[in-house]
Ligand binder design. Structure first.
Ligand code: GAP
Length: 436
């Protein structure tokens, strides 16, 4: 299958089965914005939970934070976003399309083929809005273009309120906004997206080792959640790609159908951000060692990932087509932790009151701990295919014999192997195989 064909199939499955819809579709859509449907919302929530668990709950040296999207405008002067978060754009003199000079088609406008353009002008990618009743520059605020700055400005609050010592990471998941010139590749580059970011504050002399540790930890996270190793690579940035203050940056890249592209960056940012915020706020943002009373600016390692990009990679990697009995079986082989639905309860005969009652009773017990669905709207073969296509890990079929022997058939998604399991042991069996 060609790469564009694969991407088309994934986009179509996402819409058909309720993973991802175009935003405001009934009005013709909004470029660079997408909505997650019932299954996509579960999947994305599972990605975020897996990230939070691995980076906050399973570690002793990271705490969480949840900051507002709107921040004091000085934040973005200090961070450098007002001055530097820009793309150079030229405007086509015929159709007025604005585009990056490197996106011209052999010197011509890709829209109208004209070859005369304005001089390049800086275009800031931050989205602006106004607070309160006034719509002038005194009321201008920005929708944050990254969650990171909320963490930096709260560094003293977190240290003072938790009495934690270095090294300490602060993690946050949240929405960010960028007025991208060329959103595209489905949810890969959008104007509204969610980030999963950590600012890991450490002593300057420990930064190089922590940088290497975080690169490995973040790379491993994607592998542990089932991404095929051959579809992942690390790409260290060349010196001329680095910000002047950065000592290093490495991207985790995924082999998307449209090419190798960034999922996450891990940066060794030095002390730049805290120093900038101290300069612009006039507040003391240095860390004071509680034992030695030594004061210094911690250095920062920043693993910064995109939740939507991660979710897209998990969707792409999960997509499989297999031939079974001369028919194509589409199966989403999500890691059990990420699968939107863990168990489908399927009655073999929807007209049998005994079977339906038992199936619904099993569902109501299981759903206290596992995300389940009940479906009786088709024949069993079709129900299995439907669940395969959304990546449901187990199907549990209740049949006439279940009423006699108190057993059900458990079907495994990936192997299609079926086993008879006693209803009394079902919960433990499923949890064990799901790794819960
Ligand atoms: N604080 C550092 C920072 O924001 P970034 O490389 O600009 O770094 C981090 O963004 C991650 O956020 C990217 O690796 C990507 O996963 C995600 N991201 C950035 N821009 C995005 C966009 N327009 N659409 C979707 N995800 C985006």
């Amino acid at each position: 299958m060609s790469s564009p064909e694969l991407m088309d199939k994934i986009v179509s499955l996402c819409k058909r089965r309720g993973f991802i819809f175009q935003s405001s579709e009934i009005y013709g859509g909004l470029n660079g914005a997408w909505d997650y449907g019932p299954l996509g919302a579960e999947l994305k929530r599972n990605v975020k939970n897996a990230w939070w668990q691995s980076t906050v709950h399973f570690r002793d040296d990271v705490v969480g934070l949840d900051c507002s999207i709107l921040m004091h405008p000085k934040t973005w002067e200090a961070s450098g976003h007002v001055a530097n978060f820009v793309d150079q754009l030229v405007e086509c003199k015929k159709c007025n399309k604005r585009l990056r000079p490197d996106h011209l088609d052999n010197g011509r406008c890709p829209q109208c083929k004209n070859n005369t353009f304005s001089d390049p002008r800086a275009f800031n990618l931050m989205l602006k809005t106004f607070l309160g009743a006034m719509e002038d520059s005194s009321a201008t605020v920005y929708l944050r273009p990254e969650t990171a700055q909320g963490i930096f400005v709260n560094f003293p609050n977190v240290i003072d309120s938790t009495h934690r010592k270095l090294p300490l990471g602060i993690a946050q998941i949240g929405k960010s906004f960028r007025n991208e010139i060329t959103p595209g590749n489905f949810t890969f580059r959008t104007r509204e997206f969610e980030q999963m970011e950590i600012e890991y504050f450490c002593r300057p002399e420990d930064a190089a080792a922590k940088y290497e540790e975080w690169i490995q930890a973040r790379f491993q996270w994607y592998k542990d959640l089932g991404i095929k190793p051959e579809n992942l690579k690390l790409r260290p940035h060349a010196d001329d790609e680095l910000a002047h203050y950065a000592a290093g940056c490495t991207d985790v890249e995924y082999n998307f159908p449209f090419g190798w592209s960034e999922l996450e960056g891990i940066a060794n940012r030095g002390a730049y951000d805290l120093q900038q915020h101290e300069k612009f706020s006039g507040q003391d943002l240095q860390y004071k060692d509680p034992v030695t009373n030594e004061k210094f600016f911690p250095h920062v390692i920043e693993p910064s990932g995109g939740c939507d990009r991660g979710t897209l990679a998990f969707l792409v990697d999960a997509y499989h087509e297999e031939t079974v009995n001369d028919a194509t079986r589409v199966v989403m082989k999500f890691h059990p932790k990420l699968a939107p639905i863990k168990v489908a309860i399927l009655p073999l005969a929807k007209k049998s009151e005994g079977i339906v009652t038992l199936a619904k009773k099993i569902k109501s017990e299981l759903q206290k701990e596992l995300v389940c669905v009940y479906d009786e709207t088709a024949a069993i073969g079709k129900l299995y295919r439907r669940q395969d296509e959304i990546g449901t890990v187990f199907c549990v079929t209740v049949d006439f014999q279940s009423l006699e022997d108190h057993q059900v058939t458990v079907r495994h998604r990936d192997t299609m192997v079926q086993e008879r399991i006693a209803i009394d042991h079902l919960r433990e069996y499923l949890k064990k195989h799901l790794g819960f």
